[in-house]
Design a protein around this ligand. Structure first.
Ligand code: UGA
Length: 430
């Protein structure tokens, strides 16, 4: 298939690359000229395991190219995917202006039948608006179909999630685009669910909100565990073995973050409100998430008493493992809260230090080696679940600190083992 992808962020770039990998002819479009030049020159603007090699391979094979011209992309393709940002507005609803602008641009460039597929996360009923807009702005008055095809990839595992999806959701307004959509996804060997367009849009918000709810649920349980002396990992294992519940996304933490869950929850609450339903359950999910961070900060302040002039080492700045993304990162929020209380921070992240820098106050020490972070510190904090942190030289860290206290916001270590090694160890719900 000849495919254009408008927008080369996480979703657009990984989707385009994986489509090329299975043999489609892909042109990726971005209005950011410097990004396009970087990609044309073999550079990758994000860190995502496996992506760089896959981009290189497909560019060399002539199946993947980049341009800053929407006209060129639309002209060269039969199916045009929209993968532009849908950022939050101050009231929690979604700013759809990029989608609207791209819809107008596509309409202006169309000279023959096209399938326009929305991959960006959007509120239910956005497809109707996209179709109206294209109809209004298409001078050539050619036929087209609008499809919703939400993306379920996780950052850090994006290539793998895209190459091996659990399911592919295709929301349509008529049956005409179904054959082409099935042809695009046939090589991925995943079940394809064809629905009406509103249901497809809703599936995305409902899925992300449910996963966020699962995390808030286990985080609420972690508070009960702390108050009762139970162990949240045991509880998660115990309930997770029930196949109806499942163990995944039941890791208690200092809260979820990133560019998806917080934004999508707010957007789902806002669109539900607009449709006349008060989604109080999801408001509670947000409240528990904020409270989880506050409880963690309180744990640190209760133990250290005064944070002013205390040196705290922080391992992790990314919003989760395997990514350099720091958008809405709980680790960054934690650092800002500790710095606001007067703590002197020494921080390290395997990939996210550059992206975190503009989000953190002046005066923080960025440490290149994770094993040097604890040097002279009054406490060490684990803020991101990078697996490499489990290989920390605990003995070296303990000896180099003024007091060997660890606050583990990701439950990476075993409490009994840590006590045995001479640490005062405080984690989540254990
Ligand atoms: C999420 C969804 O998992 C994807 O399916 C979806 O496609 C994506 O949003 C999106 O809408 O684009 P992502 O934001 O990349 O993916 O990251 P997740 O792996 O879902 O993690 C989100 C947050 O929850 C992270 O801060 C993570 O540390 C936290 N988390 C996750 C927990 O605190 N506990 C868990 O058990 C799992």
């Amino acid at each position: 298939m000849k495919i254009a992808i408008i927008g080369t962020g996480y979703v657009g770039l990984v989707t385009g690359t994986c489509f090329a990998e299975v043999g489609h002819d892909v042109i990726c479009v971005d209005n950011d000229k410097s990004k396009v030049e970087m990609l044309q020159g073999g550079g990758i603007p994000i860190y995502e395991p496996g992506l760089e090699e896959m981009v290189k391979k497909n560019v060399e094979a002539g199946r993947l190219r980049f341009t800053d011209s929407t006209n060129e992309g639309v002209e060269a393709s039969d199916v045009v995917f929209i993968a532009v940002p849908t950022p939050p507005q101050p009231d929690g609803s979604v700013d759809l202006s990029f989608i609207e602008k791209v819809a107008r641009e596509i309409a202006g460039a169309m000279t023959s039948y096209k399938i326009i597929v929305d991959k960006s996360t959007v509120p239910v009923k956005t497809g109707d608006k996209v179709a109206e807009t294209i109809k209004r702005y298409c001078q050539a008055k050619v036929e087209f179909d609008v499809v919703s095809n939400p993306e379920f990839l996780r950052e850090g595992f994006a290539v793998d999630d895209l190459m091996n999806p659990d399911r592919v959701v295709v929301g349509v307004m008529s049956q005409r685009p179904v054959v082409a959509m099935k042809e695009i996804y046939e090589p991925f060997k995943a079940p394809i669910i064809v629905t009406d367009i509103n249901s497809a849009e809703l599936i995305k918000h409902a899925a992300n909100s449910f996963l966020a709810l699962k995390i808030s649920y286990i985080n609420a349980i972690s508070a009960i565990c702390e108050a009762s002396g139970a162990n949240v990992t045991e509880v998660a294992n115990g309930i997770g073995m029930d196949e109806r519940i499942g163990r995944r996304f039941l890791n208690a933490s200092l809260g979820f973050g990133g560019s998806c869950f917080p934004k999508d929850l707010s957007a789902f609450i806002a669109i539900s409100d607009e449709l006349g339903y008060d989604f109080a359950l999801l408001k509670e999910v947000q409240r528990i998430n904020a409270d989880q961070m506050s409880r963690f900060v309180r744990k640190i302040t209760d133990t250290l008493w005064v944070l002013k002039e205390k040196k705290i080492g922080v391992l992790g700045l990314a919003f989760k493992q395997n990514t350099d993304d720091t958008r809405m990162s709980p680790a960054v929020e934690l650092c800002n809260r500790l710095a606001a209380e007067g703590a002197e921070l020494r921080v390290h992240d395997p990939k996210a230090m550059e992206k975190a820098r503009p989000l953190l106050p002046e005066g923080i020490t960025y440490v290149d080696d994770m094993n040097d972070v604890a040097e002279g510190c009054d406490a060490l904090v684990i803020a991101t679940e990078w697996p490499i942190f489990t290989e920390l030289d605990l003995e070296k860290a303990r000896k180099s600190m003024s007091a060997p206290i660890m606050f583990d916001g990701r439950n990476l270590f075993d409490p009994q083992e840590m006590e045995k090694l001479g640490w005062t160890y405080k984690s989540i719900g254990r």
